[in-house]
Write a protein that binds this ligand. Sequence first.
Ligand code: NAD
Length: 357
Amino acid sequence: MNYTIALIRGDGIGPEIVGSAVRVLEKVGQKFGHTFTFRDYLMGGCAIDACGTPLPEETVQGCLASDSVLLGAVGGPKWDKNPAALRPEKGLLGIRAALGLYTNLRPAKLYPAFAEECPLRADIVAKGFDLLIVRELTGGIYFGERGRREGKFGPEAYDTEAYSVMEIERIARVAFETAKKRGGKLVSIDKANVLETSRLWRETMHRIGEEYPEVALSDMLVDNAAMQLVRCPSQFDVVVTSNMFGDILSDEASQITGSIGLLPSASLGDGTRGLYEPIHGSAPDIAGQDKANPIATILSAAMMLRYSFGLAAEADAIEAAVDRVLAAGLRTADILGTSNAKPLGCTAMTDAILAVL
Ligand code: NAD
């Protein structure tokens, strides 16, 4: 198959880590008989410098014309004092909106090699975990009506949470489809004992669930979920939740892996095009020094193969290569932890992954 991938290398370590992922994709292409055509677009600080805007129209059009988008990271101290419209993050929000991305997928997996870095108790760590959070990205309280007014007790502020049936149905379908591609278990997280939006959420999840008899759906209240994530994370496979609950729970889930630097993410909309990026930032402190850890970006590319292109065996091959390299004790400086291994640079880590592939 032939696929066109838009590359947004961005700022800081972005060009280095995206370069590594491109090398891995090219190798997978050779091995499995696919052709990936890469097209480069500017976004973030580099776009502000070159075009006077964090998200040039050419980038939006290029991404819309591609099968999927791989992003490094944007931002850095050079643009920190810019006015809001000229900040690199403006590009991130803009591209998500332009591509109609309403779902965020955040996996959190415990690598046995990093068990010592995991902040949980040894008996919990021993069971391992490998879960995926499906977060609604464009609705709910972050986008609802808000303001200041005069209330019963004087001046007050308010934010409102609203979810339409359509918004819940579409995120439900993504979650069920995702659960089908993984272990077939879906936990929907809400606060249905208090919130009306959560009651609609729960009702809708169960109605859509009838279309997916192969997926086991259960509900959990968000306060319990926050507790269960640290008490017994191995019980989760796929989790689906609203924008705000997902924001909080996905950070909690990344933290318990003990290896935030390894975590990829995906944002999806209707259709198969997605935006894939590591969860870390542009690490300006180590940019251009060949010290960056490319793994989160390489795993983001694996997610692209799995979720946008339906290439599960190819994604498995990349993930297995990363597992093997980490299990063999190879480390970049950021994930040395208690290891006394000699840290590899970005190029050498990529070479090691390619060698296994
Ligand atoms: P950061 O994630 O960039 O860096 C935090 C620390 O982790 C730094 O010490 C950095 O060197 C290290 N680090 C991060 N990724 C690494 C990697 N792959 N390999 C080795 N070390 C790594 O977060 P920050 O310092 O808060 O932000 C730096 C810039 O990145 C800011 O301008 C911020 O706005 C931007 N940012 C961008 C995104 C994005 O593009 N999605 C996300 C978060 C932050």
